[in-house]
Design a binder for this molecule. Structure first.
Ligand code: MCA
Ligand code: AMP
Length: 488
């Protein structure tokens, strides 16, 4: 393997559009110049953080650092101080890359800063070199923070090899070429929006039009103006399904797209069917994880069977395993096991957490996803649940109950706290907080607790519902019985 971005370093694509955010865009030549300037400036760094606002600066910053062979820690610009403080202490970046004029909060302000001006490329900047060395395949490219059941998020170290492998496997499955124009409105601090949504088109030599923020109008506009593919989380497709009856332009747009792809959580069959009925087009699903990048997908020329996530991608080995470690060998659409995977798409471990890394793999090197599934006779995978009840998927974001409980317990009016997820038509799951107040006569309100969590962690981690209780249900060992809560 050589360059992550052949079209940037050697391609004939110089005048082709690479990236567009609203009115601002860059051709491959302009991106090469701007990213080359960044690469020159960060070359000596061990690791950099990128303030990942949804704009051109973020994409230029990430591309530049990767050209220089310097690993990137993408930061959610909506993270609260507690979460940012943890990520910065854990990953210890040498500097932060941000858009010029961007105001940065306290924990980030302490770092040396490099302003990334997408228009400020120096076409004469010497090539950075770090991108094309074969011996760098195992080097880290990204460190992406991801929630576990307890404790603060862990940094998944994603090597260059995994990014190249996953993007090339998707190109094969989706017949993804340099003619494709992708539209999306995903955040740029997670794998979905950054690796698939930005690095994907750049690796192919195609282009991406980012909406800044997701709207059904934006999707309709771009697909009707020549974009060929749409990537989104199920919440976005749910909002599309809701809007189709009143937005004829959206119907036309989806009907003309080459590929509509959903991932990050399960797309409900009801939304699949509503979109198919209104547009004649089927959304295809792919299944991945921050630690594994992409594992399975429905192929562009395969059958988009609602409720399934397709077949293992080229190079990915997938097995289902029972609780006792034995393999589920029946491909009968009934026998449930945990999905375990192996392949070049996997991360190398959690930053500074050999204990957590060891626990994530079996003795024979398979990664335990924690997702429960069945396989259909033709190999299609159907995800049926998750091992850990303390992981919540809301709007496509993975959220650990434990980190929210810890934040709630820091509120002076909270004596005890437990967090669960409950079904939500829009978000998939919504976060529910069960609170024992210090003073039952004046319990904290939902607004107060939501604001408290949003300021410390991030707004998508805030509870949407609060229940007040006299006591939390506990078993003889004192452990909170969450199932008793959810069934209330
Ligand atoms: C409301 N807001 C608040 C508060 N209450 N802000 C601060 N404090 C509060 N108490 C604000 C929010 O910040 C936001 O502001 C607005 O109210 C609405 O927020 P919310 O309802 O949370 O979200 P939304 O705007 O409706 O967004 C839905 C969404 C989003 C667009 C679908 O959830 C999203 O972008 N999801 C994508 C997640 C993703 O990319 N996951 C990939 C990870 P404002 O209105 O100003 O915005 S998984 C992955 O990468 C793996 C590999 C995979 O398989 O893909
Ligand atoms: P994250 O850890 O945020 O990268 O999220 C990864 C998790 O998202 C996986 O372990 C799955 O539980 C879930 N996921 C991703 N894609 C799908 C999909 N197409 N269908 C169901 N669940 C999915």
């Amino acid at each position: 393997m050589s360059s992550l971005f052949p079209a940037l370093t050697a391609g004939p694509a110089a005048d082709r559009p690479a990236l567009r955010f609203g009115e601002r865009s860059l051709t491959y030549a302009e991106l090469a110049a701007a990213a080359g300037t960044v690469a020159g400036a960060v070359r000596q760094a061990r690791r950099v953080a990128v303030w990942a606002t949804p704009d051109l600066s973020t994409t230029v910053a990430v591309t530049g650092a990767l050209l220089a062979g310097v690993p990137v820690v993408p930061l959610n610009p909506r993270s609260g101080e507690r979460e940012l403080g943890h990520i910065l202490a854990d990953s210890a970046p040498d500097l932060v890359l941000a858009a010029p004029g961007q105001d940065l909060p306290a924990p980030v302000r302490g770092l040396p800063r490099l302003d990334v001006d997408p228009a400020g490329g120096d076409a004469g900047a010497p090539p950075a070199g770090g991108d094309s060395r074969d011996d760098r395949d195992e080097d880290p490219a990204l460190i992406v923070y991801t929630s576990g059941t307890t404790g603060p998020p862990k940094g998944a170290v994603i090597p260059r090899r995994a990014i190249a492998a996953t993007l090339d496997a998707l190109a094969d499955a989706w017949q993804w070429t340099d003619d494709d124009v992708l539209v999306h409105g995903l955040p740029l601090f997670h794998v979905h929006g950054l690796v698939l949504g930005v690095l994907g088109p750049l690796r192919r030599g195609g282009s991406v039009r980012h909406l800044g923020r997701f709207t059904t109008e934006g999707v309709a506009r771009e697909l009707n103006a020549g974009a060929t593919m749409l990537f989104g989380v199920p919440t976005m497709y749910h909002r599309i399904a809701e809007a189709l009856p009143r937005e004829p332009e959206l119907v036309k747009a989806l009907a003309s797209a080459r590929l509509l792809v959903s991932g990050s959580a399960a797309l409900p069959v009801h939304d699949h069917e509503r979109i198919a009925a209104a547009t004649g087009r089927r959304v295809i699903e792919r299944y991945g994880m921050t630690e594994t990048l992409m594992n399975t997908s429905v192929h562009a020329d395969g059958e988009a069977r609602p409720g399934t996530v397709g077949v293992p991608l080229p190079g990915v080995e997938l097995r289902l395993v029972e609780e006792d470690g034995s393999r589920v060998t029946a491909y009968d659409g009934q026998s449930v096991g945990e999905i375990q995977v192996r392949g070049p798409n996997l991360f190398t471990g959690y930053l500074g957490r050999p204990d957590a890394t060891a626990a994530a793999f079996t003795a024979d090197g398979w990664f335990r996803t924690g997702d429960m599934a069945v396989c259909e006779p033709d190999g299609y995978v159907r995800i049926v649940g998750r091992k850990a009840t303390d992981l919540i998927k809301s709007g496509g974001y993975k959220i650990g109950a434990g980190e929210i409980e810890n934040a709630l317990l820091e509120h002076p009016a909270v004596r005890e706290a437990a967090v669960t997820g409950e079904p939500d038509a829009d978000l998939g799951e919504r976060i529910v907080a069960w609170i024992v107040p210090v003073d039952p006569q004046s319990p904290p309100t939902l607004e107060e607790l939501a604001g408290h969590v949003a300021r410390r962690l991030a707004p998508h981690k805030r509870p949407r519902v609060v229940h007040h209780l006299d006591a939390l249900p506990r078993n003889d060992m004192g452990k909170i019985m969450k199932r008793a809560l959810s069934h209330d």
